[in-house]
Design a binder for this molecule. Sequence first.
Ligand code: GLN
Length: 251
Amino acid sequence: MNSNQFAGYCSLHIEHWVSEISQGKAQIWGCGGCETPATPPNLGTSTQSLKEPEHLNMNIGVLALQGDFAEHIVILKRIGVETREVRLPRHLDELDGLIIPGGESTTIGKLAIDFNIMEPLRTFGREKAIWGTCAGAIFLSKDARREQPLLELMDISVERNAFGRQVDSFEIEIDIPALATISENQAPYHAIFIRAPLIESVFADAEVLAALPDGRIVAARQGHWLATAFHPELTPDDRFHRYFIGMAAKK
Ligand code: GLN
């Protein structure tokens, strides 16, 4: 056991888990909420470092208006790329890509309006790579089937809270063939869904990257835009971050 390992929590205590990870406390396996022993999932932690020339000197911002932006920043720093919290339009200057974290998409949208960063984000996204995780994927989409501020960049439609309430949050291993392009690690991907959306449909040239065993879509890519319904920033497996950095490097 080492300090990079996170505690496992049963789905009832997932909120507790997330807040402990935020505080950097979670270090052991087992439910920290009710002490039920938890089997460590196969996280497929990457051992490759990101030393390809195209990845050097990358600067990836994380939208830091609300949500779990701190967890993304920890992973980006560990990989060795530069990173910055983005709240104001000028924080987008010189970035190669931007991650929009999980949280609450209506709150992120309202704060983006208050901080006058809606249009700058759209302009940035027309040129540069953006990855939305969970609430971030909703915010990136063209259609969330209800009135709320959206960037309306990516040709996906999403259904918010498609799996139910917070207590219906779950974790599952899924195969994501696209990750083989950046890592020799072929382990299934351990995906964490917390009051997650579903990607109902992809259109135009958006493609499906990952689906649940029943075929429901949980990750998609359209050129330099990436959307995941789950939370790669909450596991030690950095393959998704490395995949996104590769996308940003190609822009
Ligand atoms: N349920 C949230 C929303 O609709 C997303 C949850 C999350 O990001 N984990 O915005």
